[in-house]
Write a protein that binds this ligand. Structure first.
Ligand code: HEM
Length: 488
């Protein structure tokens, strides 16, 4: 028997965009201007891979090396000029990254309409499919950058000599978690590496390399010379997309140091899982490629990006009562200390991380002077002196109580992570904002200040959690005809 408390059936899932963005990536972006773009590009990429199978690997890597430097904006394709220091000559790219001319050729579809950044993104997907890898749907609408950043290419592209934590941090900086990193590294099921990048490992006689494998690889990679001799990253099936890369790691037969370290510490279990389950790997690879392809996209006229979206479950019922007392006690005060705030959210089933993420809503909107006056006249050490003095101009010591100031002084009308960057610089407007950068929540603020994608993802999760606090369901409550009164 169905209990009367069971929710009727919440089958309606609506995607609600909290803040409509000026421009967004979409799967049908070129449908009007260049309806055949995807087909023309796919055919061009297929031809290139039939001519040289390794090109599939090279194109996937090209997209990765583009996305890790100021987002997927085709900055990697710009040649050196008097004003541009090309990323092509950065250490991880020079004499290593391939496929530039294939992108140029594929780009002939609707020149001036389809961005190079979108061609790179489609090419990576088409390359995966061409060698038996997964497919995924690609959202389009990236714009091409007008600048390149060789310095960031040198610092932000991961090195094959890195340890696990350094790799995890490098991906985290781009909003990709450890699981994404392991899945994406599975791209090394394809392609090749030059001898000087794995020589140290194969001559190390260490315990994390299979002796037979090391000796085979030494034959093609002498101790001196032969720096650019090539060896397959996946010794079993270098030209097919499968999970042999992970099976190799379990057998200590990873070619690069950065491959083998994935089978240690916190990521070892993910490698094991993928080694046993090619379908899980393929699905996670597709998910992570989409995530990577949407790192800091440049959109619209000026790159305005809105806040995150999430699925909203529906079926809440309206109350027949209200409580002024609880509104007075349970809504947090801007004068509260950290523990009081943590407790206020905890009382509603939201943890400290949810609280910090939700407070990020102060990336938008304004506050009245009387709510932050004390802080800006406090001369406290937790407020930047220049910021305090700027804010005092709009909020006198007496009067002007309802004068407004932006909660995020940098970009008050855009959803981004500047709120957290402000806190790190002691430029939070409310006392309750600034205290988040102390004690147990300081590290979360730091993380969000560095990583807008992590913030956006956590914000969406916490908004869902908040929207599901004690819902009134089933037979309880009512559906009001007018929202400001109970039904008569
Ligand atoms: C975990 C961090 C990573 C490191 C340290 C790393 C490092 C390297 C290195 C050193 C090479 C050989 C380059 C050469 O010999 O010139 C290589 C090749 C390659 N990488 Fe990675 N990589 C990483 C992650 C990724 C990711 C995320 C992707 C794509 C999703 C990727 C795709 C490839 C492919 C397909 C090749 C072969 C390219 C070819 O044969 O042309 N790698 N990588």
């Amino acid at each position: 028997m169905i209990s009367r408390f069971v929710i009727p059936i919440i089958s309606l899932v609506v995607v609600l965009s909290i803040i409509s963005s000026e421009a967004q990536l979409s799967t049908n972006f070129y449908d009007a201007a260049c309806p055949n773009a995807s087909t023309i590009i796919r055919n061009s990429i297929r031809r290139a891979i039939s001519a040289e199978r390794r090109m599939a690997a090279s194109l996937i890597r090209l997209h990765f090396h583009d996305c890790f430097v100021q987002g997927c904006d085709a900055s990697i394709l710009l040649d050196e000029t008097s004003t541009i220091q090309s990323e092509k000559s950065a250490r991880p790219n020079a004499n290593s990254v391939r496929g530039y001319e294939i992108i140029e050729a594929a780009k002939r579809a609707c020149p001036g309409v389809v961005s190079c950044a979108d061609v790179l993104t489609l090419a990576a997907r088409d390359a995966s499919v061409a060698v038996g890898g997964p497919s995924w749907s690609v959202k389009l609408g990236r714009r091409d950058s007008t600048t390149a950043n060789q310095a960031v290419a040198n610092t932000d592209l991961p090195s094959p000599f890195s340890g696990l934590q350094v790799l995890i941090d490098a991906f985290d900086k781009k909003g990709l978690n450890a699981r994404d990193m392991v899945a994406l590294s599975g791209a090394h099921t394809l392609g090749q590496s030059q001898c000087f990048l794995f020589r140290g490992r194969i001559y190390s006689n260490s315990t994390d390399i299979d002796a037979g494998f090391a000796s085979t690889r030494r034959r093609g990679c002498p101790q001196t010379g032969g720096d650019s001799n090539l060896a397959a990253l996946d010794l079993v099936t270098p030209n097919s997309f499968d999970n042999n890369y992970f099976r190799n790691l379990v057998q200590r037969k990873g070619l690069l140091q950065s491959d083998q370290v994935l089978f240690s510490g916190s990521t070892a279990s993910i490698v094991s899982q993928y080694s046993g389950n090619p379908r899980t790997f393929a699905a996670d690879f597709a998910t992570a490629m989409i995530k990577m392809s949407e790192i800091e996209p440049t959109l619209g006229q000026n790159g305005i990006v809105g806040g995150p979206s999430w699925s909203v479950k529906l079926g809440r019922r309206d109350s027949t009562t209200a409580s002024r007392d609880v509104a007075n006690t349970d809504l947090p005060s801007p004068f509260s200390g950290l523990q009081v705030l943590i407790d206020a959210f905890d009382k509603k089933g939201l943890n400290a991380r949810d609280m910090v993420a939700l407070s990020g809503a102060h990336t938008l909107g304004q506050s009245q002077c009387f709510l932050f006056r004390e802080r800006i006249y406090s001369n406290g050490t937790d407020i930047d002196a220049g910021f305090a003095s700027t804010r005092r101009r709009g909020c006198p010591q007496t009067g002007g109580d309802s004068n407004l100031a932006a909660l995020d002084l940098v970009t008050p009308n855009s959803f981004d992570n500047n709120y957290f960057r402000n806190l790190v610089q002691r430029k939070g407007l409310l006392q309750s904002d600034q205290v988040l950068f102390t004690g147990s929540t300081a590290s979360i603020v730091s993380q969000y200040s560095r990583n807008p994608r992590t913030f956006a993802a956590d914000f969406a999760t916490a908004m869902i959690k908040m929207s599901e606090i004690e819902p009134t369901l089933g037979q309880n409550g009512i559906i009001r005809r007018v929202c400001s009164a109970i039904n008569s």
